[in-house]
Design a protein. Structure first.
Length: 101
């Protein structure tokens, strides 16, 4: 099985909650307050990292970064769909618990 494209987790500390995103091939990581920021900062950090290591800009790594973009977009759509289902359930209580598809 191929290594994951990105590892993301949530940490709770004295100063609140943090999201950490790490790309396992390079080890590049980002830690910020929201998952969206962690994703965006990780992409920026990867670009800067790859400027110093142009040999890593080979097809495999770039392909994995593109897979990361696709996986994140899919998760974001699923999150928005779940929120929409919650809102629709709140608006129409009779639909609550029903599958909307």
């Amino acid at each position: 099985m191929e290594a994951p494209i990105v590892i993301m987790w949530r940490e709770k500390g004295e100063k609140g909650e943090w999201f950490v995103a790490q790309e396992p091939v390079t080890g590049v990581a980002s830690q910020v307050r929201t998952a969206d920021e962690a994703y965006a900062n990780l992409l920026e950090a990867l670009e800067l990292y790859l400027e110093d290591y142009p040999e890593l800009r080979e097809k495999e790594l770039m392909g994995r970064i593109m897979e990361f973009h696709k996986a994140y977009a899919k998760l974001e759509l699923e999150r928005r769909a779940e929120r929409l289902r919650e809102v629709l359930g709140e608006v129409n209580p009779r639909r609550r618990g029903r599958n909307l598809y």
